[in-house]
Design a protein. Sequence first.
Lengths: 173, 189
Amino acid sequence: MPSTYTPIASSTVSGSSTTTVTFSGIPSTYTDLVLVSRLRVTKTAVSNDDVLVTLNGVNTGNLYSATFLYGTGSANGSGRTTNTNTGFWLFPPAANATAGIFEINILNLMNYANTTTFKAGVSNSGSMSDSTAIRSMVYRSNAAISSIALGTSSGTVYFVEGSSFSLYGIKAA
Amino acid sequence: MPILGVIASSISGNLYSASYDSIATTTVGAGGVSNITFSSIPSTYTHLQIRGTTFGTAAASGSMLYQMNNDTGSNYRSHLLGGNGSVATGYGNPSAETSGRFYGYYDNLSNTSFPLVFVMDILDYSNANKYKTVRTLSGMDKNGANYGEVFLYSSVWMSTSAVSTIKLFCGGQNLGQYTQFALYGIKVA
């Protein structure tokens, strides 16, 4: 059986001034992508738009939407974003969280290289600081995904040093 | 602001070093099919994972289901944690069912353009002393139309037989063109 689940690229944030991490030149030779993120941001308090995932650099056309389910330890709920230009949202711990806590997010982007269907993914995430969540998401474009960017929601919010991102490719036989 | 860039392919090699293998893949052509079945699954792995992109064939609806080893008896139980964009729900059918569930509660597979995607883990599938537990993360966002949903499903096939066949299907319609299910084997060193 052919072995797969291959590391494509990874990045770890150093310093205190990184606002965007971009994986570009993603080969089209895999079936699915898995992006494993360990992240935290410098925003004063967590909100629901702290980190945005953008595909192929596209931030026009209102092509992104997502549905999420979350639990905070004392409450639960479900929400949705529709017709957005800013990609999918992640909710990492902010500066008011206990030091050293990072969110783990595992994003599965399925059939990312095909050029005949919309691109969809599911993710699960969690941190001890605020919540655990699962998400479904769609990018209404038939274009193959060749780049993934994770950016903070404003130019004054930064990834905390030590935030790390790893991209893997899974190839079906 | 500084931007950290990574050029893909800057790293090579295998994460699990021959422990995550592609076993089989099925892609549905024009016209659709009633089910996708993986058979003669080797027992040489520790866990199985199925990764899927799913489309329907019509506006009909139906939950996504599975059966092991062609067992159509009432030997499956399922529980879900789900969200539809406004409501969070936990649910488990009080009765055993004739198939396991891995997507559907508020709405179901009901359109041909928005992909329903899932990652299903089948743990310790070849162990002859345990019932088989299945965990699935599944979702289909439809940009606000007719719900968008995300689920974490757990289910059990109440049999100690090793899993050698897995049938995946939709309870209300066929699987449409471009549906693709891929079976992987995970081996613990």
